[in-house]
Unconditional design. Structure first.
Length: 86
């Protein structure tokens, strides 16, 4: 997926996403671009990451704060599993 496609999926402007994808990768486990292809991402990994965010979000009426380390760990595990299926 191109930078523009990924930015649209994560609901950001392409310019802003270009500046922040590394931070997203380091802090919340966003997939890295495919090696040797520039800013091109695997559609399957990006969609899995987005689905993981939706699954890891606490219900709207939950008063307990979300433990981000647990969410990130779950997303990383899901990405590792997705990458081994290649």
């Amino acid at each position: 997926m191109s930078l523009e496609e990924v930015a649209a999926l994560v609901k950001r402007k392409p310019e802003g996403f270009r500046r922040t994808w590394r931070r997203l990768h380091q802090e919340v486990g966003f997939p890295a671009p495919l090696r040797g292809l520039g800013l091109v991402w695997s559609r399957r990994l990006v969609e899995a990451w987005i689905e993981g965010l939706a699954l890891a979000r606490p219900p709207a009426n939950d008063d307990a704060p979300a433990d981000l380390s647990t969410i990130v760990a779950a997303q990383n595990a899901m990405l590792r599993e997705a990458m081994t299926r290649r």
